[in-house]
Design a protein around this ligand. Structure first.
Ligand SMILES: *[C@@H]1O[C@H](CO)[C@@H](O)[C@H](O)[C@H]1NC(C)=O
Ligand SMILES: *[C@@H]1O[C@H](CO)[C@@H](O)[C@H](O)[C@H]1NC(C)=O
Length: 471
């Protein structure tokens, strides 16, 4: 999960101190104003790429109490397999091997090789490569319905600060977001599901995906057929906010859509003695930065969380000559596609209009093609309920917690735009062990006791999904 939220009030304030207060007073566009000019059509590129893959909404059928009992015994059997001592040793081995050899986005060659070797050992068939290092494995009847589980494989450019036997052997790279555990847990699910293959009433697709932290690996996996025939998808992420093995999620918006912008303001060059003849870029940029603050504070529904942060201002530093161009930019986040689109539109309007006030011109780039933008993660209600029911059956009511949405982002949201999806957390917090650090910290570590529970949860979610579809 991409957790960093850029906030740099210092630069923005420094610039603000120089500026006139010159707020744009245009009323916010009416909510129905979804007419999109091609300039503002920033989300269309994931929509159009994915539209052809969209499936009709599906319904999970209700089930009788006799079936409920059968499901409960399946959950017990899955939990029993995951607790076996061989299984526990093996899943830790997989996780530690990956932890020692972290690989960055689209470079997960050894990780991918290890996964394939283990799949071969389990006699699980797969397609490779997707998105360079990605794998699409398949367990079950080979026939519909198809349900998918996804794990991300890439590490972060962080130097591990945890001293332990299986510390990262790759300088400057670390599994500081738990993707090593995600891969191990999905491998564990593969092993459980293979052992129960004759119980599967359809097909489970296991997606091992590259480049979640950078590069939108999910998007590329989808383009290369990851979701072929798939009608629902689930993914799990470790969380230091939940006690070891506790599952957490919520219905609806869970993680924000995220994007970046960079504005360039240009005008005529001047020397300070002749300023009345020319445009003042510093004032124009300052006014624009100030006006951007109003988009969230004055135009947005306060109950619909959004962020617009200017995180840098860049110019030359000659005090006698004003610059011919000034660049500034930052990040935007929102929990719905409509709000995200509105932010994009208003950021551009505000900057261009403020530049004009000072006889300058402006362009705003939203990096549509750079894979640094992704949609909000919104959990499908039915899929969320499914996760909740399965984890409660596995570990009792105390095993599940409703969590708050956060402003972090996840490229799993690309899958959720195509098929009904649920993203959920598994706790790895254990104060005795010291696994209390947030993802992306060099001190990040996990309580490995969560691994078997994660594997069992994945397996039970998939098996039961297929059983309920078959009713
Ligand atoms: C589903 O089953 C439960 C328990 O048998 C029942 O209470 C509920 O009304 C059913 N829901 C639907 C939509 O049939
Ligand atoms: C935390 O880890 C310790 C050491 O492995 C273990 O004894 C304890 O049961 C764990 N606590 C929880 C809440 O899982």
């Amino acid at each position: 999960m991409n957790t960093h939220l850029h906030k740099s009030p210092f630069l923005s304030l420094a610039v603000a101190a120089l500026a006139f207060s010159c707020m744009i007073t245009t009323a916010p566009p009416p909510e129905a104003a979804t007419e999109r000019s091609s300039d503002h059509d920033i989300l269309s590129y994931f929509e159009s790429a994915l539209n052809s893959l969209r499936y009709p909404p599906l319904k999970l059928k209700n089930h009788s109490s006799a079936v409920q009992v059968a499901k409960k015994s399946a959950a017990d059997e899955i939990a029993r397999i995951a607790r076996g001592s061989d299984f526990v040793k093996w899943i830790k081995f997989v996780r530690r091997a990956i932890h020692e050899n972290p690989e960055l986005a689209f470079e997960e060659h050894e990780t991918s090789r290890l996964v394939r070797r283990e799949l071969d050992g389990l006699d699980v068939g797969y397609r490779f490569p997707l998105a360079k290092t990605g794998i699409r494995a398949m367990i079950g009847t080979g026939k519909a319905p198809f349900v998918a589980l996804r794990a991300d494989m890439d590490a972060l450019p962080i130097q591990e600060a945890v001293e332990w036997e299986h510390k990262s052997k790759n300088a400057g790279k670390m599994h500081a977001c738990g993707h090593d555990a995600h891969v191990a847990m999905l491998m564990g699910a593969a092993r459980i599901l293979k052992a129960r293959e004759n119980h599967l009433k359809g097909t489970v697709i296991l997606l091992f995906q590259p480049a979640e932290e950078a590069g939108n690996g999910a998007k590329r996996m989808i383009e290369e057929g990851a979701l072929e025939d798939v009608e629902a998808i689930f993914a799990m992420h470790v969380s230091h906010l939940l006690q070891t093995s506790v599952i957490g999620s919520r219905s609806g918006p869970l993680l924000a859509g995220c994007g970046f912008f960079k504005a360039i303001i240009t005008g005529q060059q001047i020397t300070s003695g002749n300023s009345h003849h020319s445009s003042d870029l510093v004032l124009a940029a300052s006014a624009a930065v100030i006006s951007l603050q109003g988009i969230v504070s004055r135009e947005s529904n306060p109950l619909d969380s959004q962020v617009v942060s200017v995180t840098f201002v860049d110019s030359r530093d000659d005090p006698n000559v004003s610059p011919t161009s000034i660049a500034f930019g930052g990040t935007l986040r929102a929990f719905s596609t409509a709000s995200f689109q509105r932010l994009v539109k208003r950021i551009e309007e505000v900057i261009v209009a403020q530049a004009k006030v000072y006889k300058c011109s402006a362009t705003v780039d939203f990096f549509k093609d750079s894979d640094s933008i992704y949609p909000p993660m919104v959990n499908n209600d039915l899929m969320y309920e499914h996760v909740k029911r399965v984890s409660t059956d596995l570990g009792g009511p105390a095993n599940f917690q409703v969590v708050e949405p956060v402003m972090g982002g996840e490229d799993f949201s690309f899958y959720s735009e195509v098929v009904p999806a649920a993203f959920f957390y598994i706790g790895i917090k254990n104060k005795t062990l010291g696994s209390v650090h947030s993802a992306h910290s060099p001190h990040f570590m996990i309580d490995e006791d969560a691994l078997t529970v994660g594997a069992a949860t994945h397996a039970a979610i998939a098996e039961r999904y297929l059983s309920e579809r078959a009713l």
